[in-house]
Design a protein around this ligand. Structure first.
Ligand code: HEM
Length: 233
């Protein structure tokens, strides 16, 4: 091991790890903690229920995808399980929103970041306004997800035949079915972009799997957040 990298346990020394929020942790390697275990569990419950919902929803949506129902024990079970899984995803996502909303508020530099989207796509990050904990793209996706989730929840209750649909007139049920499909489409597209971005920016998956990121990752992709964390040290 390089002696210069030898972990220290005192604040202010190399190897001392500041928590992204307000506490400080000591870890054996120079990493920054980006997500706590609770935040990660919350995220992955949301992600797993999302995948189950996308597959079961597509099975219900069109006969060409009805073969997916076999994954859930057949058509009847798919129809029974899908709305309950939807409620689990909504509740889990609501906790995620409560944890992260204050990091996703738009700031003046965000508009400039969006105007320079060509620099973002060409990896010219040094030309962009310094990004905080999340960039403008992540923030816009965050609010798109909230709108889709609310649309899915409300329309989902209206079309939930077993318990609620008989309270509503048929034209409203039809409109709700359309809204449900539109929100699901936007959500699935949004999450495909979200996963692609997570894979594209090397080191981001580690943030959501292990919880930590390297100093280099933080300084390159989120320099303002990095400075905040280092200052707190
Ligand atoms: C299905 C596979 C998914 C993968 C591989 C994935 C991956 C990731 C990664 C790598 C991050 C960390 C990004 C960073 O720290 O900069 C993240 C953050 C996040 N993810 Fe996911 N995710 C998935 C699904 C979802 C779903 C279904 C939702 C909600 C509907 C979601 C909501 C979030 C939120 C809210 C954040 C924090 C970013 C913010 O607040 O703007 N993710 N995800």
């Amino acid at each position: 091991m390089n002696p210069k990298m030898k972990p220290e346990t005192t604040p202010g020394q190399p190897g001392y790890i500041a928590h992204a929020e307000h506490t400080a942790l000591e870890l054996p390697t120079p990493l920054i903690l980006r997500y706590t275990p609770n935040e990660r569990s919350n995220h992955w419950v949301t992600a797993i229920t999302f995948v189950l919902l996308a597959l079961s929803g597509l099975a219900l949506f069109h006969p060409s995808m009805s073969w997916l129902a076999a994954l859930f024990g057949g058509g009847q079970w798919t129809r029974i399980l899908h709305p309950f899984a939807g409620v689990v995803m909504f509740v889990s996502f609501a906790f995620l929103v409560l944890r992260f909303w204050h990091h996703n508020l738009l700031e003046p530099g965000d508009v400039q970041w969006l105007k320079q989207i060509d620099d973002v796509l060409a990896n010219r990050e040094e030309k962009l306004p310094p990004v905080g904990r999340y960039n403008a793209g992540q923030k816009l996706l965050f609010f798109t997800l909230i709108i889709c989730m609310l649309g899915l929840l409300l329309s989902g209750f209206v079309i939930w035949r077993a318990y609620f649909a008989f309270y509503f007139p048929i034209p409203l049920i039809r409109a709700a079915a359309l809204l449900h499909a539109i929100c699901a489409f936007v959500l699935i597209m949004g999450i495909i972009i979200h996963i692609y971005a997570g894979l594209w920016i090397k080191g981001s998956m580690g943030a959501m799997v292990r919880g930590s990121v390297t100093y280099g990752w933080a300084r390159k992709h989120h320099p303002r957040w990095f400075n905040d964390v280092v200052k707190k040290k």
